[in-house]
Design a protein around this ligand. Sequence first.
Ligand SMILES: [Zn+2]
Length: 262
Amino acid sequence: MLRFDDHLAVAVSGGKDSLAMLRILRKIERQFPKARLTAVTVDEGIRGYRAEAVKLAKKYCDELGVEHVVLSFQKLFGITLDVLVRSRKELSPCSYCGVLRRRAIHVGAKRARANKIATAHNLDDEVQTVLLNIFHGDAKRIARVEPVLVDPANRFLERIKPMCEIPEKETALYAYLTGIRFQSCPCPYLETALRNDIREMLNRIEQKHPGTKFTVLRSMERIRDYLKVSVPSIELKNCSECGEPTTQDICEVCKTLKGVVK
Ligand SMILES: [Zn+2]
């Protein structure tokens, strides 16, 4: 995942996973003089939630001596997530947020001139995403749940998930033991997501049958190899609205923002 001369943009939300990952990556980076880190935090505009996380992220970056960039939905897209979800109700808030946040992190990484993006998805996140794709009838997307995502056309930055085999409980333990101060209250939109039900179901099964989460991850790795053979590689075009790379005529970001009353 890592090269000696990487400039990593680390997506830092202010939660335990991303701060733990930042701490570990900073430790590694210190051993490589040509490596660089920039932490990127996205302020989605969630009242009573995001401000605290941004503050904690900023404080920890200062402590570690890591450059920190904050991008807001308001500045990038002219709208906060709170306003967006009030005017668009077709999909869950997480769907809209995910699309815009991915773009925001990419913009932040490009501005910092990073060559790779690291996100703190842990084992639980990955396994939830696999099942979520199946529950949504979107099995082909499993092919994209990968520890390293490289765009062969080089239009998107490479994305890596260094924590994808670490159970959430262990990142939490690491954060507590190393005294990291992180945001512990969950996002107010969390409950509306199907992901939440899948999380609870997986935790129940894992408790009764330890190792289940790893088994699902390994199964997915095998399925992915077959999926990749059968799913043709997609050609990227330029979004007719914003010019960013996309598989369709109009990118997901522009579709999300279309017709929204700001
Ligand atoms: Zn677009």
